[in-house]
Design a protein. Structure first.
Length: 179
């Protein structure tokens, strides 16, 4: 599947607009004053993953620690296996009672270097037992911009050894945290 260039550009422009002007933006007032837009990797069609979902996972609750030391509860929904630059990788998809979308928190080999140290997020929709994971939409959690936010930290089962050079990069004026 190829990346829809105009859709991705529109998505990124709309996000920049919200960050710059919305009173509920995760940016602090000082950050918004000098905000010039978020930085992203170039679109990467190789990181649009279409895969089957292995539903043979333990569905018990998973308590994810957060950046503020609290916990948020999710359930394992399934496992997705894929390849990045010929290297095997896998991610666990999580469900919550609050959303029909599946939550995909992850860290990768770029975390703490090119991307936010604590990891990034995606939300995806399952279609039967298949899913499209478009890493071009990977984004930083709100705590990357302001430590007052509480964000779930990707569990170690979603720490990828491969680099995911797609989506949002580190926010230079943000709050840097590591898990």
């Amino acid at each position: 599947m190829s990346v829809n260039t105009s859709e991705l550009k529109r998505f990124r422009a709309e996000k920049d607009g919200v960050f710059a002007r919305d009173p509920h933006s995760p940016l602090t007032d000082d950050q918004r004053r000098n905000f010039q837009g978020l930085e992203y990797f170039d679109e990467n069609p190789q990181l649009v993953i279409q895969a089957g979902i292995d539903r043979e996972v333990d569905p018990e609750e998973v308590r994810m620690g957060t950046s503020s030391g609290e916990e948020q509860v999710y359930h394992r929904y399934g496992l997705v296996r894929f390849r990045v630059d010929e290297q095997p990788a896998q991610l666990t998809l999580y469900s919550s009672e609050d959303s029909a979308e599946l939550f995909v928190p992850f860290r990768d080999a770029t975390s703490g270097h090119e991307t936010y140290g604590a990891g990034r997020y995606l939300e995806v929709e399952a279609h039967d037992d298949h899913v499209t994971i478009d890493f071009n939409y990977a984004y930083n959690p709100n705590c990357a911009y302001d430590s007052a936010w509480s964000c779930p930290l990707p569990p170690t089962e979603n720490w990828l050894r491969v680099p995911i050079r797609a989506g949002e990069k580190t926010f230079a004026a943000g709050h840097e945290a590591t898990a």
